[in-house]
Each structure stands twice: as C-alpha cells, then as structure tokens.
Design a protein around this ligand. Structure first.
Ligand code: IMP
Ligand code: MG
Length: 177
C-alpha cells in the first residue's frame, strides 16, 4: 500500500530567518574584538546557517566544518555520538563560534564542546539557529539563539528528515499523513 505523503507546514518563513540571522551577525560582530573569528559548522545541517551568518559579519572570519554522527536515521538522537570528520586546522588560541542548526537534547553539543575545549581555544561559544528547550537532557549554554521553537520535528534550511528537505528555504513542520 502507498505511504501517506508527509505534509509540510511553514513555521518560519525564509525572510524571517534571514532577518534574524542579520541581527545575530550584528551582535556577534560587536561581541568579538579580535580577528579572526573562527566559525565551525556541524555537518551537514548547519552549513546553510554558517554561510548566511558569515556574510552578515563584517570582519575577518575563518570557516571550518566538523562531522558528528549520532547513530540513527529517525527523529531522535540515539545518545551515542562520534566524530566523523575533523577540522582542517588547529584552533589553539582561537575565538571559536560553533554554529549549529538546532539544539534538541543537547547531547551532540555537549560532546563536541568537550572535544573542542581540549584543543585550547581562547574562547568557545555556540550559535544555534533553533532551540527546542523543552527537550533538553544536558544543560548547554547557547550564546546566540535564532528562534525558540516548540517540541515539533522541523525540516528545511539545512534540517533533514532521512536526508530530505535540507534545501527548503523555509523552516517547516513535518506532519504525517
Ligand atoms: P541533540 O544532540 O539532541 O541536541 O541533537 C541535535 C541534532 O539532532 C541536530 O543537529 C539535528 O541534526 C537533529 N535534530 C534535532 N531536532 C531536529 C528536528 O526537529 N529536525 C531535524 N533534525 C533535528
Ligand atoms: Mg545536526
């Protein structure tokens, strides 16, 4: 029997995403007195956010990417995390801003921050486009948050469900059937 088509409902339209990113960029630009600012995106979802955010920051930035897998293709983190792609360069003494698409349980970022802190950056903060605070299992400090959203599964603007929908410009709620 055919599967029911998932329905996409727009939660945050593209214009609103871009406007908020501009605000975050202005704030970040003011907060960091030293160049360069080292932006690290967590693959794959955060790439879209990193690209748009970096273009709103009018100062010297370096960008890099890190891969993390949390085992499992469903809608929740399994709790086990591992590094699948490392950074290209050292971050010793650097001002690091970890760029993430969404903070859910906080397990991924807790692991990543622990790994990166051992490399002795001068500072390390998190920028997350979306935050689902009601789902948190690990306390995590997010310095720059785009939007707080309720406990709903979202796709688009980098976020996927089974690798689909990353290229949508709006952030949408994925509704079954
Ligand atoms: P955490 O470790 O539970 O905080 O998981 C964060 C990761 O889970 C994110 O980087 C996303 O890849 C994924 N994730 C959490 N919530 C959603 C969602 O609503 N849509 C798509 N991916 C999500
Ligand atoms: Mg992710």
């Amino acid at each position: 029997m055919a599967q029911p088509e998932p329905k996409l409902r727009v939660l945050i339209p593209a214009e609103q995403i871009q406007a908020r990113i501009k605000e975050l960029g202005t704030q970040i630009e003011r907060d960091y007195p030293n160049d360069p600012l080292y932006l690290i995106a967590i693959l794959k979802g955060a790439c879209f956010f990193l690209v748009d955010l970096a273009r709103t920051i009018q100062r010297l930035t370096h960008i890099d990417f890190i891969g993390i897998s949390s085992y499992g293709k469903g809608k929740t983190t399994s709790g086990e995390v591992k590094l699948t792609k490392d950074l290209d360069a050292s971050i010793e003494g650097a001002d690091v801003l970890v760029v993430e698409d969404i903070v859910d349980t906080g397990i991924t970022l807790t692991y990543l921050i622990h790994v990166l802190e051992q490399r002795k950056p001068r500072s390390i903060r998190i920028a997350a486009l979306l935050d689902k605070p009601s789902r948190r299992l690990r306390p995590i400090q997010v310095a720059y948050t785009g939007f707080q959203i309720p406990d709903q599964f979202v796709v688009g603007y980098g976020l996927d469900y089974a690798e689909n929908y990353r290229n949508l410009t709006n952030i949408c709620v994925l509704e079954e059937g």
